[in-house]
Design a protein. Sequence first.
Length: 123
Amino acid sequence: MPPLMKLDAITLDCADPLALADFYRQATGLAPHPKSDAEFAALNGEHGLAIGFQRVDDHRAPTWPDQEVPQQLHLCFAVEDLDEAEARLRELGAGKPAAQPHEDKWRVLTDPAGHPFCVVIRG
């Protein structure tokens, strides 16, 4: 029996969809969806999986690792070199929380809208 559903997109809430899409475009090299606009932007991902960014009024960034505003989800990206990836992502506007549970294995960073994401050594 074929699967009932196929994962099509992962969408992040944010205040500025175009700006957040541009951050992830520069970080991943994924192509922008041609119908992206100020309300909803997307990147065309590998194997048909898209990353979307939707505008939410009064968006509150997660406060990881404090759970006052929970992270709700996070993305993980495989990289060849943690230090190199972290440096490049920080140049693009990523933040780095003080809490780093296993900094030798992965790095927790935050995108410009405050969403935590991880970079991990490609396995």
